[in-house]
Design a binder for this molecule. Structure first.
Ligand code: CU
Length: 123
């Protein structure tokens, strides 16, 4: 009986871990709303980035406004290697990061340890 319980717990744990790492955490790409020649998208940081993919219009000045709900030190840093951005995200505060939209393409970003990923698509 005990073995069976251990087996079930182990399977649940494996399932959870698989979901955590490989599951699609339900975020489709979100288009920025453009108004008065600026565009801004809010990204909630809580166990990852939501939405994880943001679509920006090329040539329109853009900001991503991060709001970190997650208390973990893992997500307190956000790094955009293509833009030379490496910023600290204060917890429970909106933190706007300007994004250079002069070039189109797909640009990945990540937490400081490169564990959680997001993407900016400029087109
Ligand atoms: Cu991390």
């Amino acid at each position: 009986m005990l073995k069976l319980i251990i087996l079930i717990v182990a399977l649940l744990l494996i399932g959870f871990i698989a979901w955590w790492f490989f599951g699609n955490h339900a975020t489709a790409a979100v288009d920025a709303a453009v108004s008065d020649n600026t565009q801004d998208v809010g990204v909630e940081v809580s166990g990852g980035y939501s939405p994880s993919t943001v679509v920006l219009k090329k040539g329109v000045p853009a900001t991503l406004t991060f709001n970190r709900k997650d208390p973990s030190s893992c997500l307190e840093q956000v790094v955009f290697p293509d833009f030379g951005i490496n910023e600290f995200l204060p917890q429970n505060q909106a933190h706007a990061i300007p994004i250079d939209t002069s070039k189109s393409g797909e640009f990945d970003y990540a937490c400081g340890m490169n564990m959680f990923h997001g993407k900016v698509i400029i087109k």
